[in-house]
Every structure is written in structure tokens, then in C-alpha cells.
Design a protein around this ligand. Structure first.
Ligand code: HAM
Length: 423
């Protein structure tokens, strides 16, 4: 087939094929582990939802809803959107399945693909991957701190070091209403185009997030929400900071932070990696007081985060972290001849059942070719199974890193591997 005939992946999607997929798998596992250890349970949801869920849930002033959604009409004439984020869908499912009628907080984790029709660049994709958690139904600064600490533990277990945590508070409704009056007055005096004014009319906080220099300059003296926090909001924010310090999670306060989604209230946060350039946000989240009611549920608050797996893979690369060790086999078996294949399969089966990672050389390759394959696989040990080995019941086990060999009986192979690998 000529190259012109080949079909390529759509523009701007992230894909992971071996060996890069090893990093993806390790990073996803590392990010999920702390959530599981804190008692969060899996929620697996559709990647497409009713479009209204996102226009109502995420907010029409956001880039995500106004410019970036993959929206289409399905065959039944319904407006469907590929999920651009996870929180709205989780909330929809919690309401639909009545999870909020049980034990609170409802604690859920998820991981999967999300879709935003953004301009592709390094670290910004149209299909990307997140690990997320949501804790719904309890308003408690200690829970906010725990959620943030879970994200931090995920990054640390990948081995990342060069990132910082930024936090702020968007306060309660009273704080935001007071701030909004002053902010709107301030914005009225600015020199803005019509589109920007329309955005600001829906959510004036958006202007803090505007990347254009002329807007940044004009917003330099804008009133900050942190200066308008009600007594309760201020206490909550201080409690979150105290708990984070107690847990030894470092943070800085960024009073100008604006998250890209409109549902946030109270504690909000972002993790920024220092080696990633423009797309440096490796994760973010916060509290959302009104989302559940907005979607037709009870008045319950929630808090959660989304962590970008793709960007964490890039960050791990930038910090020189390698995951190869987790993916190499303990043993590579090379059977010589048909008889040996049965013994190889049986031996591999027993060792795998005992928790070892074992590969077999397939096809009737010459020994040299099989040894090359064993070497490439990165396996720690290799053994050749021929007629003489099977009849004597003893094999030569070769350690690939040193080239040393030792005679081991097939019956003691498992014990031997256990001793040398420490498994
Ligand atoms: P978000 O900040 O929009 O939050 O996304 C979370 C993370 O997903 C980002 O920090 C980034 O690492 C990654 N990400 C976002 N867009 C892209 C993209 N186009 N390409 C690659 N990575 C990307 C949320 O989605 C919220 N649902 C988080 C949340 C959960 N808040 C409360 N609960």
C-alpha cells in the first residue's frame, strides 16, 4: 500500500504505543494509587453526554464550552458532546443513581479520555487523558486539604519534584457578590472589545485569565477576590492552609488564579510544572458549591481535581524519570524444538501464577535470533530449553546483566528466581 493510502490519527490527539505506553501506564497507576488508598471508588462513565450537561455545568463564558466542545447531532437528532471534562458527568451520575442519598462524602475516582477542540501544541491535545477524583456532600476544610494532598502524593509517587502548588479561594456566594460589584465597576472603565465585554458580563473573573498583554496590563490593579472573603470563607481558607502545612504539602497563594471552568467556589488550586513551558498545568481542581443544584440535584457542595496524564508523562521525561524497570521480564525462555515448547509453556504458566513476569520465544527461530530477542526484551534472566535440558531436568540460567550462568533444576527454578529477584 502506498503512503498516500494510509490513514493517520486525527490531528492533535495523544497516542501511546510501546515503549512510550509504559510511561503512560506507570503515570496513571501512580496518580490513581493515593486516591484508592484514601478510600475513593471507581466511577466509569460514558465519554459522550447530553450537550446541556456541559453548557449548564461548565458554564457558557468558558473557552471550553464556547469554543472547544466536540458537539454533534446523533442519529436520533439529539445534541451530543464528547466530554471535555469529568466533573459534570460525575455529578449527573451521582444525582441519577442517588449516590448522594447514602454515606457522605461520596468519594469517586475516574480516569479516561477527554476531548477539547483546542489548537494542538506540545502538551495540549484534542483527545487527552485525566485521572480525577470527586468528594461530594461534605463542606470541610480538612477534606479540601486531603483532596489536594492526594494529588500531590500522586505527583510525588511518579517521582516528580519540579512543580509547585498554587492555591486560592473564590469564597462563598456573599464574598463573590461583594467582589463582583467592585470588579464590574473596575471593568466598566477598561478599554475592551465587544466579545471580551460579553464574556466579562457572564463571568467578570474570566478577565484575570486573559492571556493578551493589553488586557493583562489593564487588569494589573483589579480588585482581588481574596480581599473580599467573608469571615467564614477566610476561616475556611486559613484552615485549608494550616492543614496543608501540617501535612507538609508546600503551596503558594496565587490570588489571581482563575480556573478554566465556571463551577468553582471556595478553595481552588493548580499544580504547575516548572519544565513544561506554555502548557505547564499538570493538574487542578477545587470546590464547587452550586453544581449539583444547577444540574437538578440537592444543594450539596463537592470538591475534586483532574490531573493531566499526558502532561505528567512529559514532566517525567523532562525530569529524566525512567519507568523501564517495572516493565522488564524476570525470565525469557527459549525453547528449542516442538517438545520443548510444551515444557516452556508449562514452566512459564507456573512462574506467572507465582507472580513472575515471563516471556517465551515463539516461532522456530535460530538460537542466535532468540538470544537477540531476549536481550532486547530487557529480561533479567534467560534460559534455553532443549532436549538435553528436559531429559536432565536441569537448565543453565543466564543473568543478562553479567553474562554469568548457573545450573538450576526445573523444579527449583521458582525458588531460585525468588531468591535472586527478591520477589
Ligand atoms: P482542568 O484544569 O480543565 O480541570 O483540567 C485538568 C488537567 O487536565 C489540566 O491541569 C491539564 O493537566 C489537563 N488538560 C486539560 N486540557 C488538556 C489538553 N487539551 N491537553 C492535555 N492535557 C489537558 C478539569 O477538567 C476539572 N474537571 C478538574 C476538577 C475535578 N475540578 C473539580 N473536580
Amino acid at each position: 500500500m502506498s503512503k498516500a493510502n494510509q490513514i493517520q490519527a486525527p490531528k492533535g490527539v495523544s497516542e501511546y504505543v510501546p515503549p512510550q505506553s509504559r510511561k503512560f501506564e506507570s503515570v496513571r497507576q501512580a496518580l490513581l494509587e493515593p486516591a484508592k488508598n484514601a478510600g475513593y471508588e471507581l466511577i466509569e462513565l460514558p465519554v459522550f453526554e447530553d450537550t446541556d450537561l456541559f453548557t449548564r455545568g461548565v458554564g457558557e463564558s468558558t473557552d471550553v464550552v464556547s469554543k472547544e466542545m466536540y458537539t454533534f447531532e446523533d442519529r436520533g437528532g439529539r445534541s451530543i458532546t464528547l466530554r471535555p471534562e469529568g466533573t459534570a458527568g460525575v455529578m449527573r451520575a451521582v444525582i441519577e443513581h442517588g449516590l448522594d442519598r447514602g454515606q457522605l462524602p461520596v468519594k469517586l475516582y475516574y480516569s479516561g479520555a477527554f476531548f477539547r477542540a483546542e489548537r494542538p501544541q506540545a502538551g495540549r491535545y484534542r483527545q487527552f487523558y485525566q485521572v480525577g477524583i470527586e468528594a461530594i456532600g461534605i463542606q470541610d476544610a480538612a477534606l479540601d486539604a486531603e483532596v489536594i494532598a492526594i494529588a500531590d502524593a500522586g505527583f510525588r509517587s511518579i517521582g516528580l519534584k519540579k512543580y509547585r502548588l498554587e492555591i486560592t479561594s473564590l469564597g462563598d456566594a456573599i464574598s463573590r457578590a461583594k467582589h463582583r460589584i467592585d470588579l464590574v465597576k473596575f471593568i466598566e472603565k477598561l478599554n475592551l472589545d465587544d466579545a471580551t465585554r460579553t464574556r466579562a458580563a457572564i463571568n467578570p473573573l474570566r478577565l484575570f485569565d486573559d492571556k493578551r498583554e493589553e488586557i493583562k496590563k489593564q487588569m494589573a490593579d483589579a480588585p482581588l477576590l481574596l480581599d473580599f472573603l467573608s469571615e467564614q470563607s477566610l476561616k475556611d481558607f486559613e484552615d485549608v492552609q494550616r492543614h496543608l502545612s501540617e501535612m507538609k504539602v508546600d503551596f503558594i497563594i496565587n490570588p489571581r488564579m482563575v480556573r478554566g471552568l465556571d463551577y468553582y467556589t471556595g478553595t481552588t488550586f493548580e499544580f504547575v510544572h516548572e519544565l513544561l513551558g506554555a502548557q505547564s498545568g499538570i493538574g487542578g481542581g477545587g470546590r464547587y458549591d452550586g453544581l449539583m443544584a444547577e444540574l437538578g440535584g440537592q444543594e450539596l457542595s463537592g470538591i475534586g481535581f483532574g490531573l493531566g496524564i499526558d502532561r505528567c508523562v512529559l514532566a517525567a521525561d523532562a525530569e529524566g524519570i525512567s519507568f523501564d524497570q517495572e516493565f522488564t521480564s524476570d525470565l525469557f525462555i527459549i525453547p528449542l524444538g516442538d517438545e520443548s515448547k510444551s515444557t516452556a509453556l508449562k514452566t512459564a504458566q507456573e512462574l506467572r501464577n507465582a507472580g513472575f513476569r515471563v516471556e517465551i520465544s515463539f516461532g522456530d527461530r535460530a538460537l542466535k535470533g532468540s538470544m537477540k530477542a531476549a536481550d532486547k526484551s530487557g529480561a533479567a534472566y534467560v534460559l534455553v530449553l532443549g532436549e538435553s535440558e528436559i531429559s536432565s531436568g536441569t537448565v543453565e540460567l543466564k543473568q543478562m546483566s553479567t553474562g554469568e550462568t548457573s545450573s538450576v533444576t526445573l523444579t527449583s527454578l521458582q525458588n531460585h528466581l525468588r531468591n535472586v529477584s527478591g520477589k
